[in-house]
Design a protein around this ligand. Structure first.
Ligand code: AMP
Ligand code: TRP
Length: 341
């Protein structure tokens, strides 16, 4: 991929949690990249419901939220004939390998994970053991398929490093050199870190209490325009060079969003708008976002209205994913030295 590996040796894996509506950060940081990758590589895109239950979920919502992510994948342009779309809990390999990796990973490695610290908050004692072991399950997701490349947003960098450490330690511990590959994160690009529209120093997130902080994938054009209009910037207008965006978090975020949506570099955005005020830039950004997101929102509604088709696609995905991971898990069992019947 980046280092000239041929497609035959690459396998792409990524996961998204079924925990509510997707936003522009999920789209630019993950889904949009998935769509591009499916044309050149074998891809598996997983709805990670086992990860979702590491924190309490609304009762009775999990299956619907799972279908919702499937609908979003398809609406964004993932083609189920090209990529495998499936649900994590339907392939037992994930939980099985996660247990084995729980015995490979060290407490100290997990204690360093910033996402755990953020999500557990002050009262660590009340966090679930699952939340602590979350990144171990993520490593199992990737390595149950010996995936080589993992497209994710910047917030997943540390988890990917842990996956690499687990792969390396397992190989060493069990004297199985090169059994698991070192999965490479695919994080680059302007969409990798989309920040809150209200505060350019924190990432755009589902869990932000303010809806004005994010563009949801199904926001109406009016809402999108309003949210960008209210987005935090600064009194200076659009600068001419990316260096001049340093320290201007809100401004840089909006330029990055434009670049991600238009598929051009930040400098190209600046070339187009340098010297303009935000009163000119923001409506242009809103128009671009509406043009890109409206067709996806329409497709999304269409898929949401056909749960039988979503279920059919997910069932096929389960079969395909299980067929890829089964021989890998059989080998793992052999390497660990479990009794066989
Ligand atoms: P999640 O919804 O937390 O499962 O995230 C799904 C994907 O979206 C992951 O690849 C995240 O890294 C990515 N993502 C989430 N928030 C952002 C953001 N603000 N900017 C870029 N990518 C993001
Ligand atoms: N932790 C990821 C997130 O919150 C979701 C995820 C779970 C994932 N398993 C994965 C991403 C495997 C990439 C590969 O966004």
């Amino acid at each position: 991929m980046t280092n000239g590996q041929s497609t035959a040796q690459t396998r792409v894996f990524s996961g998204v949690q079924p925990t509510g509506k997707l936003h522009l950060g999920n789209y630019l940081g993950a889904l949009k990249k998935f769509v591009a990758l499916q044309h050149q590589h074998e891809c598996l895109f997983c709805i990670v419901d086992l990860h979702a239950i590491t924190v309490p979920q609304e009762k009775g919502q999990l299956a619907d939220n799972t279908r919702e992510i499937a609908a979003a994948f398809l609406a964004a342009g993932i083609d189920p004939d090209k990529a495998v779309i499936f649900v994590q809990s339907t392939v037992p390999a994930h939980a099985e390998l996660a247990w084995i990796f729980n015995c490979t990973a060290k407490m100290g490695w997990l204690e360093r994970m910033t996402q755990f610290k953020d999500k557990a908050g002050k009262d660590k004692e009340r966090a679930s053991v699952g939340l602590f072991a979350y990144p171990v399950l993520q490593a199992a997701d990737i390595l149950a398929y010996k995936a080589t490349h993992v497209p994710v947003g910047d917030d997943q960098k540390q988890h990917l490093e842990l996956s690499r450490d687990i792969a390396e330690r397992f190989n060493r511990e069990y004297d199985a050199p090169k059994f698991f590959p070192q999965p490479e994160p695919l994080i680059q690009g302007p969409g990798a870190r989309i920040m809150s529209l209200k505060d350019g120093t924190v990432k755009m997130s589902k869990s932000d209490p303010s809806d004005l902080s994010r563009i949801n994938m199904d926001d109406t054009p009016e809402k999108i325009a309003k949210k960008f209009k209210k987005a935090r910037t600064d009194p200076d207008g659009v600068p001419a060079s990316t260096e001049e965006l340093l320290g201007r978090d809100g401004a840089r975020n909006l330029i990055g969003i434009y670049a991600g949506l238009a598929e051009i570099s930040q400098q190209q955005v600046l070339d187009q708008f340098a010297g303009q005020g935000w009163g000119v830039f923001k409506p242009a950004l809103a128009d671009l976002a509406v043009a890109k997101l409206t067709p996806i929102a329409e497709n999304f509604t269409r898929y949401q209205n056909d749960p039988a088709e979503l279920d059919r696609i997910l069932s096929v995905g389960t079969q395909k994913a299980a067929a890829i991971s089964a021989p890998i898990i059989a080998e793992v069992r052999d390497i660990v030295g479990f009794w066989k019947n």
